[in-house]
Ligand binder design. Structure first.
Ligand code: HEC
Length: 178
């Protein structure tokens, strides 16, 4: 009986506090405010294989080396060897049945994604902290580590999306299927 009463009390209390919560929530419901152009720009960061969405700026792998050392090597190693499967950026072999390893060089079909992903999500401990110029430089360095561009090749909105990736043909295009 005691237990039952206690349970009853507890559930009444819970119901009451739920009611309070609901009414407070109702009072507090606001429909937010319009997003500013500045905030929107922080999310509207899609850089596409077609070349749309790339900002102004340019960079070479040579320029990106120091940024990579200072901002990326902690997790990705000085040569992109990584410190876990998820952080390996170089090498790998998608054809190996036993140990397929996805890296930028072995797996990614588009170079534009390298720029897009770094600008959006890296360095993982401080995303969006690189300038566009630094992003071009360090993306060039990641492509260079994979042997896909020369050290002094200028990467910008025109050249970077055109870098041919080794696994470009490794995907089936199903975009035409509705
Ligand atoms: C604090 C650790 C950390 C730092 C610093 C860091 N990264 Fe990463 N990075 C990660 C992790 C973890 C992943 C895997 C994320 C996932 O799988 O979703 C990753 C993934 C990536 C990938 C995709 C790899 C793939 O094949 O999927 C790229 C490219 C990349 N990082 C580039 C960079 C660059 C360039 C920098 C420096 C500007 C940087 N990262 C700094 C932790 C880090």
């Amino acid at each position: 009986m005691y237990t039952f009463r206690r349970m009853l009390k507890a559930s009444t209390l819970a119901a009451c506090s739920a009611a309070v919560l609901v009414s407070t929530a109702q009072e507090q419901v606001k429909l937010g405010q319009a997003i500013t152009e500045v905030s929107l720009a922080e999310f509207n960061l899609i850089a596409e294989p077609s070349g749309t969405g790339f900002p102004a700026g340019s960079g070479t792998a040579q320029q990106g080396r120091t940024i990579f050392e200072n901002r990326c090597a902690l997790c990705h190693g000085s040569n992109g060897e990584g410190n876990s499967d998820a952080t390996v950026l170089v090498g790998g072999n998608m054809q190996s049945a036993e140990t397929p390893l996805r890296t930028v060089g072995s797996y990614w079909p588009y170079a534009s994604t390298v720029f897009d992903f770094i600008r959006r999500a890296m360095p993982a401990n401080a995303p969006k902290s690189l300038t566009d110029e630094e992003t071009y430089q360090v993306a060039a360095y990641v492509l260079y580590l994979n042997g896909l561009v020369a050290e002094d090749e200028i990467m910008n909105a025109q050249t970077l999306p055109q870098v041919r990736m080794p696994n470009a043909e490794g995907f089936i295009d199903r975009s035409h299927i509705q």
